[in-house]
Design a protein around this ligand. Sequence first.
Ligand SMILES: CC(C)(COP(=O)(O)OP(=O)(O)OC[C@H]1O[C@@H](n2cnc3c(N)ncnc32)[C@H](O)[C@@H]1OP(=O)(O)O)[C@@H](O)C(=O)NCCC(=O)NCCS
Length: 287
Amino acid sequence: MTEAIIRPPTLEEKSSFYQVYETGVPNVDALTYDGFSRWWNRSKVLGDLLALWRVATVGDEIVGVAINMILDSFGWGAIWELVVAPEWRRKGIGTRIVQESERALFERNQNLTHFAMGVKLHNPFAIPFTEHLGYGIQSLVLRLDGTVENKTFSNNLDVKIPRLDDIPLIMHLTPDTYWGLRDYRKIEFSLRGGNCYLMTEPASNMIVGFARFEYDHDYPDSTVISFSYRQGYGRAVVDAALNEVTTKKAILWVEVKHEIILDHLYAEGFERTETEFLARKRVKGTV
Ligand SMILES: CC(C)(COP(=O)(O)OP(=O)(O)OC[C@H]1O[C@@H](n2cnc3c(N)ncnc32)[C@H](O)[C@@H]1OP(=O)(O)O)[C@@H](O)C(=O)NCCC(=O)NCCS
């Protein structure tokens, strides 16, 4: 086994971190340097960069990187992006980075119940890799992209701008993806940032959906939609959200358990552009 040192990155290592990170595409998110840089700077301010991000070094060379984060609302410590430079693979370095990342995540928050890793479909070997580390595949999330320009979706819900008073009810809706929105502070942060919509049933005024739009510099012309809904209203909430989109395309990450929504989006011409497995393991007894 190669003796690599696993440690937090130094602030001078931003571009060398990114160079190793890029060797993992398409198995990790394809980020522009600007997008990566924004993530790095945000994590630096929050303290996550030094507490949670990790590099593996051999001598002066960075040979592996991990971007880790805590998903408070779920109690998960996530090893979100993990890359070992191609010439250094199969030497136990990935395993060491994961073990040290788990330690760092747990140190930062001892209430964690699970560790989580996202595994893209492009790399079938990453599945045995996570299993070898004690993780089990637990769900599958699809990214669907579609053109919405000049289209109107059937809509029988009222759409409003949500207020802070609505947060407790928004928290009871079912989120589209596992990282979802069941956290008061995160919803409040989203509402204050704007681009949020609340869907209500016209007759009863009952809250049945919530959607948040994001505009990612890496996907020009697209709106990335995350949504939550009350059981039975998934399709209507998605349609109401799609009607609010002003860009050419919409992007939604949808868990495969939301079959009715997937069936509807495919029928509307949306196409799958990415697939990610969620692997998890319980924290108890592992650290
Ligand atoms: C996935 C990745 C991080 C693994 O890093 P690594 O340093 O090569 O992993 P390790 O050497 O610690 O491998 C541990 C075990 O995982 C399994 N494994 C790892 N890579 C494998 C491969 N290509 N084929 C089959 N099994 C593999 C093996 O069981 C291996 O043990 P072994 O070498 O004793 O047989 C690396 O291949 C990588 O950076 N890939 C591109 C980015 C990526 O896929 N990231 C998502 C990770 S979840």
